[in-house]
Design a protein around this ligand. Structure first.
Ligand code: UDP
Ligand code: MG
Length: 307
């Protein structure tokens, strides 16, 4: 029988872990595979690890990795995929926002319809602050406009993949990981399942608006260099404008003389150009800092305990 590993990243999810375990087992009964549950404790400060230990003692299919500190969900997913031994690997949130009831359908599409991956996307953002939905939509429009890798709007990390695809993802060793892009970058035939947003079963979301904003910048710098080109275009554009103005003032002075005026306009232009320059240097800085972090080749995560 084939084996399905389920990777579950958890950060301060003490309440959700037992609920997930129960709901999961109920839904996957009767699926024609063996299971392995690979919980990842991403440096939780509550009793999450204790919950894993309990489950591990009860059920030998439960395994866990515990990080030395919080490395983020991206690192947790990577660690879980590295430790997974199954022929298929699924990634699921522990808060039951990723319904385990979709797993049989996912497995069927891979085993019988020749897909390499079945991914999920939510088509509604019910229960989310409207301002967040607005920025999320704007982000997807922007990144798909400037990146060759398709980033699907509303895509969750919840997906089931073949071993071949997982190995492809594991071969990408970058430290600044943006999985929504990596899953798409490696290619393979992906089927999309759509579902309505489900609210968390317990605990609360780990994403603040600020964290999401920084994450979106990571996504853009990881999958597009268009902002660098924008900086150069802005430079050329302003050179052209400056040259035109130079000609204009040269002839104006020759023809009409030069009464002293235009001080406010000069200040505005200086401030405006200063702003553009800082903005463009900022873009350069973003890419430089990412390059700097990658060249250090620090590990993606550090394990404290593993069972
Ligand atoms: N998570 C994690 N490390 C983090 C933040 C989150 O492992 O630093 C896990 C979290 O425990 C959950 C999943 O990632 O299982 C998704 O997090 P969350 O539900 O907060 O995100 P949302 O569903 O709101 O996008
Ligand atoms: Mg969630």
């Amino acid at each position: 029988m084939k084996k399905l590993s389920v990777v579950i990243p958890c950060y301060n999810e003490e309440e959700a872990v037992p609920l997930f375990y129960e709901a999961f087992l109920k839904e996957v009964q009767g699926m024609p595979v063996e299971f392995e549950l690979m919980f990842v404790d991403d440096g939780s400060r509550d009793g999450t690890l204790g919950q894993f230990e309990k489950l591990h003692a009860l059920d030998e299919r439960v395994h866990y990795i515990s990080f030395s500190r919080n490395f983020g969900k991206e690192s947790a997913m990577f660690a879980g995929m590295e430790a997974a031994t199954g022929d298929y690997v699924a990634i699921m949130d522990v808060d039951l926002q990723d319904p385990p009831s979709l797993l049989p359908e996912m497995l069927d599409a891979i085993e019988n319809d020749g897909y390499d991956c079945v991914a999920s996307r939510r088509v509604t953002r019910k229960g989310e602050p409207p301002i967040r939905s607005f920025f999320a939509r704007a982000f997807y429009r922007l990144i798909n406009g400037i990146s060759k890798t398709e980033i699907v709007d509303g895509a969750r990390d919840f997906r089931l993949m073949t071993r071949q695809m997982v190995d492809a993802i594991l071969s990408l060793k970058e430290v600044g990981r943006f999985s929504k892009g990596l899953f798409s970058w490696v290619g393979f035939k992906t089927k999309w399942l759509e579902y309505e947003n489900i609210e968390r079963v317990a605990g609360e979301t780990k994403w603040s608006f600020w964290k999401l904003l920084l994450y979106s910048i990571d996504g853009i710098t990881a999958f597009s260099t268009a902002p660098l080109a924008i900086a150069s275009f802005a430079g050329v554009l302003f050179c052209v404008i400056a040259f035109a103005m130079l000609l204009f003032f040269f002839f104006k002075t020759i023809l009409f003389g030069d009464p002293v005026a235009g001080f406010p306009a000069s200040i505005c232009i200086i401030l405006f150009l200063g702003g553009i320059q800082l903005f463009c240097i900022g873009i350069l800085g973003q890419y430089l800092s990412k390059t700097y972090l990658e060249t250090k080749k620090r590990p993606i995560y550090i394990v404290k305990t593993k069972k």
